[in-house]
Design a protein around this ligand. Structure first.
Ligand SMILES: Nc1ncnc2c1ncn2[C@@H]1O[C@H](COP(=O)(O)OP(=O)(O)O)[C@@H](O)[C@H]1O
Ligand SMILES: [Mg+2]
Length: 260
């Protein structure tokens, strides 16, 4: 009984009591922060999506009738993020029964819903009165989506959390981080401060990419737009396993031609 009360009141107890994971200090702070406006500027692989999933699940389980929207730049990322919610949900001891679930949403018997959506303005239409909105990889989400979701918090007085690694000095994520004012609680964590990223891995990463890019991915730096030699979408496509490398055909043809 005491354990249940502790888990209701404290998301850290909820996570550590149900899942075999030991959260680091900042992760605990973010989970415990009940502020309405939170923005994270944190390096790759720190656990941003994981923490978003835990925060959403805690809210859904312990605050009946909650509507939680998780937004990501693409459908693939929405599915991936929701997978973290689902994976954790299987391990929660007192999870209210799921009355509906799919790859992108779940409804619990206590009336709470978690919905994971790709970041297009049209997809969020139809939802109102969100109690929590999380925008993951917010630097890659278009401004019109941000503008579309903000009014959903008006009546519900809901929480908004923006999570990302920087992606240039532009867009709402950059603007909130730099000019958002005191209403926002900011968390910045670079790869050196992340207890799970080794110095060896980091040195290898530094070797494998341009220095500025490395600073963006692992040291929370917003690049000037003019620093970016290649269009962002080319670079993003390199991370996307669904995108075929455009040069393979060319290489094959050329090899044949040169040999010929
Ligand atoms: N406190 C922790 N202990 C162990 N593993 C963790 C912890 N936090 C995050 N991870 C793991 O780190 C990896 C990266 O997490 P993810 O949420 O995808 O990072 P990000 O969204 O910041 O890139 C995942 O495998 C996740 O399970
Ligand atoms: Mg992530």
């Amino acid at each position: 009984m005491l354990r249940e009360i502790a888990q209701t009141l404290d998301p850290v107890c909820f996570v550590e009591g149900n899942l075999s994971i030991k959260l680091d200090e900042v992760q605990r702070e973010v989970l415990r922060n009940t502020g309405k406006r939170i923005i994270l500027n944190i390096c790759r692989q720190w656990g941003k999506s994981t923490i978003a999933a835990f925060k959403a699940l805690h809210r859904a389980v312990h605050h009946a009738e909650s509507l939680i929207l998780l937004l990501s730049p693409s459908l693939r990322q929405s599915v991936e993020l929701f997978r973290k919610v689902l994976d954790a949900s299987y391990l929660i001891e007192h999870l209210p029964e799921k009355t509906e679930d799919s790859k992108l949403f779940m409804t619990l018997k206590n009336g709470s819903r978690i919905v994971s959506l790709p970041g297009k303005e049209g997809t969020v239409r139809g939802y109102s009165g969100a109690d929590m909105i999380v925008i993951d990889e917010a630097a890659s989400v278009p401004d019109d989506l941000y503008l579309a979701v903000r009014p959903m918090l008006a009546v519900s007085d809901g929480e908004l959390m923006l999570i990302s690694t920087p992606k240039g000095k532009r867009g709402f994520y950059y603007n909130v981080w730099t000019h958002g004012g005191k209403t926002w609680k900011r968390y910045e964590v670079n790869a050196k401060q992340c207890p799970r990223i080794s110095a060896t891995f980091l040195a290898e990463e530094r070797e494998s990419m341009p220095e500025r890019w490395f600073m963006q991915e692992y040291f929370c730096k917003f690049l000037d737009i003019e620093d970016v030699v290649f269009p962002m979408e080319y670079i993003e496509a390199m991370r996307d396993p669904d995108v075929q490398p455009f040069y393979t055909g060319m290489v094959d043809k050329n090899v044949t031609k040169w040999r010929g």
